[in-house]
Ligand binder design. Sequence first.
Ligand SMILES: Nc1ncnc2c1ncn2[C@@H]1O[C@H](COP(=O)(O)OP(=O)(O)O)[C@@H](O)[C@H]1O
Ligand SMILES: [Mg+2]
Length: 430
Amino acid sequence: MAAHGRRSLVTALQHTVLRRTFQTSSEAGVLQRLPSFYESTIEEYAQREQHGMTLGQLKKFGKSRFADKDKATKRLLQSARFVQRELPIRLARRLMDLQALPHIFVTNPHISSVYESYWSAFEELRLLPESRTLDDEATLSSVLERLVEDHSAVITRLAIGLREVREKPIVGRMIDMDRFLDDMLTSRVARRILAENHIAFHRAVKAHHQEGGSDDDGDDDDFVGVVNTRLRVKAAIESAAEQATDACARALGEAPRIEVSCSDSLLLSYVPVHLHYVLVEVLKNSCRATVEQARNERGKLAPVEVRVRKDKAQGITNMLVLDEGSGLREDEVDRAFTYGWTTAIQPRPRQSSMLDAIGGDGGGVGTNAALLSGDEAPLAGLGFGLPLSRLYCRYFGGDLKVLPVGLECGTAALIRFRHLSSDTQLYAPL
Ligand SMILES: Nc1ncnc2c1ncn2[C@@H]1O[C@H](COP(=O)(O)OP(=O)(O)O)[C@@H](O)[C@H]1O
Ligand SMILES: [Mg+2]
């Protein structure tokens, strides 16, 4: 896009955001001047270097927290300054990506609300005082907690905004959003781990100080930030299976049995929320396909199988999910990994009910729960389950593949989780 064209788009975006901040006419002058100021601030941050951190480096932080109080405090402040430096840079890059989108996206209320929430997070973090004292750090941690919470609706907003733009004749077909969303969401995974690791560190140090510095922190010994270094695989699959069958039974009135073949003693070093998300999404798909197939054939529900093998030499745990559901055609496999592609029957809500759905926790299209796999996660509908699950797997060097066994013969999904080791990069720069 030409520089001038981009500038006017940026200005339009900033105006939308700023208009909500500056309401009175005396502030109109501010409105005129601020967009270009913020545009150059965003650009300046976006050009700064990003820094990663390996699990091994994070472990050293964790260990020190229990050595002595002063050292723990020092490390906590270091961690705070690291997060404060990194997050605005990463947010600035995504703001620039959003600015570069075609105009039709920018004017969509859902996409512009994503821009708005990124922009206000960028501003808030950038303007916080650098963490020099425990009070500064406590303020930062509470801001991070709130931002993680506020931003949980982002994926749903992106999904709905994308769907609305795609539905436009001509334009919709011209846009390939997959690459854009992959970058957007990979960056989001990194930012969340960054923020949540610090929040976990903050809580651990606080608890330790309150307990008078005892070394006994029980089960938490298994955790380094958000990574569980001794995650019990079988229990994790069973919990995901329960959530998937519950969602299926709620939506379709019945659900197949899920048979798990996995050793009780199998452990994995991984981020539990990622593993849970992927398993719930893949299992929900299998459950839905199984029920649909049984209804087509007026037959019984075939069980869904999960087989697990740890490949120690490769540092991978493979999970094979087999169903005898309605299946996918060969040519549908790639499309199934396109953001927004779904065969679920969708209610066609009007614009306003789409908006109502955001932030709601009921079923149907466009709820947060669909993507966050909360307790009330809908069975299907946004078409984000497979592409986002694959993104989570690939983030740490694993993968997700779907292999059609044959139409009406079922599907095999192969999930590969790469074990997290000391060398694993936690915050992929992007
Ligand atoms: N195990 C499966 N059997 C048959 N079809 C599947 C299976 N898994 C995925 N699909 C197809 O891929 C589509 C996209 O899946 P997904 O990304 O999870 O989105 P959603 O479940 O919201 O539709 C599904 O709507 C379905 O048509
Ligand atoms: Mg799904």
